[in-house]
Design a protein around this ligand. Structure first.
Ligand code: HEC
Length: 136
């Protein structure tokens, strides 16, 4: 029987085996190299779909409240790129509620957020020329 022959003639397909072995080795190596990535991901406490944080905004009272109220739905850049009067910010909040389903922000919360927006995102002196850094 050919299989028991100590020096068998190589079957025609035999030359492919080393290639397959290399392929398997590469796949195993790739899989192993992913393990640290998964382990690392599991160690992170939570996933946040944005890399923005309140620290990116100008310091001031109301910063956290404003950041979290507005980034529930969109990035803060969309807010920071605006420069509005208090009345216009007030309108924006209404618009978020009526058009975009934001929970109405009332009372002290609204005052805190409007104070912050008014102080840090007022109308710009040069209309139409945005700050190169939207957080400043
Ligand atoms: C419930 C979801 C939601 C919340 C919360 C929310 N927004 Fe929005 N906002 C939207 C949507 C949706 C848009 C439209 C996005 C677009 O046009 O791509 C938008 C757009 C905007 C825009 C852009 C308007 C323009 O002319 O381009 C501004 C400014 C804005 N929001 C301000 C705010 C502020 C300030 C807050 C926090 C007080 C806030 N939003 C919170 C949903 C929300």
């Amino acid at each position: 029987m050919q299989i028991l022959d100590p020096l068998p003639n190589p079957p025609p397909f035999r030359g492919r085996e080393p290639v397959r072995d290399v392929a398997i080795a590469v796949i195993i190596a790739a899989a192993l190299s992913l393990i640290p990535v998964f382990t690392h991901a599991q160690q992170q406490r939570s996933f946040t779909p944005t890399d923005e944080s309140p620290d990116d905004l100008p310091a001031g009272s109301g910063r956290e409240e404003t950041f979290y109220a507005c980034t529930a739905c969109h990035g803060f850049k969309i807010v920071a790129q605006q420069g509005l009067t208090r009345a216009q910010w007030d309108d924006s909040l209404n618009w978020m509620t009526t058009k975009h389903g934001m929970n109405a922000i009332e009372g002290d919360d609204r005052k805190i957020i409007l104070d912050y927006l008014e102080q840090h995102y007022p109308p710009r002196s040069k209309p139409g020329r945005g700050s190169p850094n939207p957080f400043l």
